[in-house]
Structures are given as C-alpha cells and as structure tokens.
Design a protein around this ligand. Sequence first.
Ligand code: URA
Length: 239
Amino acid sequence: MEPVRLQKYIASCGVASRRAAEKLIEEGRVSVNGQIVTEQGVKVTPKDKVMLDGKPIKPEGKKVYIMLNKPEGYICAVSDDRERPCVVDLIEGIEERIFPVGRLDYDTTGLLLLTNDGEFMQSLTHPSYEIWKTYRAVVKGTPNEKNVEDFARGIELEDGKTEPAVLEVVGYKGKNAIVEVSIKEGRNRQVRRMLEAINHRVIKLKRVKIGGLELGDLKTGAWRYMKERDFKDLMGSQN
Ligand code: URA
C-alpha cells in the first residue's frame, strides 16, 4: 500500500472523519511507532504502528452503511459520559465499530445514517457538499406566507444568517401545524431555532429525508443496511 496521510489513515480505521482525525492529531492523541505526532503532513503505511490514546488502530476491512429510524431519548454518539442511551446501542449483532453520520438531537427522531467509513461520513457532513435534509415538524400555531418567504431568504440566528431554506405547511393537528423544513446546513438545533425565530416553537421533530433518500416505512428504533439504490437516492436531489 502507498503511504497515505495520517488523517486519511485514521479515517480508514473507522474511528473518526478526516476532519476529526486532524483535530485528534493536533491534540497530541495520535502516535506513530511510539512517537506522538502533532503535524498534519506525516505519511504512514499499514506497517507503521499507529495508536490513538495509546490504543492501536488498524484500517477497517468491510465497510458498513446503515439506515436507522432514531427514537427519542438517544444521543448521537458512540458513548456518553452521562450514561444516556446512544444510537449505536440500537444496532445489535454487528462487529464493525460504527458511528453516526452527523447528529440529531436527543429528542429528534427519524433518519440517521451510521457507518465505519470515515471518508463517506466526511463527504456527507462537509458543508461544501450541500446535501439537503428534510424534517417534518409539529409546531405551535400555523406559519404564514411571509414566514415561508423569510425561510427562502435565510433566517437570522445568533450564529449568523442561515442559507436559504424551504418551509411548507403540509397539515394541521388541532391548533398546531405540521410543516416540512428543508435545510442544507447542519448547525446545532438549526431547525428548532429557525422555527422559534418565526415564533412557531417545535413540539415534535423528525428527519424524513437526506438528499433524495427517504426514511420510508422503517419503524422507530429499526435499522437496515443501505442498498445500492439508497446510495443513488442519497446523492439525488429532493428540491
Ligand atoms: N435541527 C434541529 O433543530 N434538530 C435536529 O435534531 C436536527 C436538525
């Protein structure tokens, strides 16, 4: 095998995305042949002994790609210091070390991808790929036409104006509305904050689509391996 950059090698071990691997290196958590490495340019081959936090890491063999319908009450992580349930606990019977691609809040449900392929994760979460994500929300009250236009222009949030987004009222539930929101970014609690900014607090939030890949009839808490068709859908557009 040709020598590869250390961050790419770490990503191929399924322990972090390439960007997260750069941070691990910067933080002095990675060693090569017993030597802590903090610069980014170093190249390695599988003959080198690479360790993360003192534990050896090796490139993953088989790559796995999973779709999960995340229930409420799970955090998108592989472990939690507050001992809350983690989404990976729901994926039983697989040996590969997988991690969630991006995040859904503890109380958000719906489509979540998990993989041991750091490159795949990097490509999906990097802002330059601009993959649309669609959420279905129950909100207080009913957004109006002006709100829809405001979303299309971008909403001013405390961490800056968002990219243009799509807001559509698709139904009603008593005094509340059911809306679909599509965004390209992935800021923390972004959909909740955007809807709060137009005075329609979120009561329930579910991700129903990533790119053109739909959650479909996957039951809450259930998962399945992605099929070839799913990858095509994922990269297809939805708006
Ligand atoms: N936006 C949110 O507000 N929450 C999520 O979980 C995902 C997107």
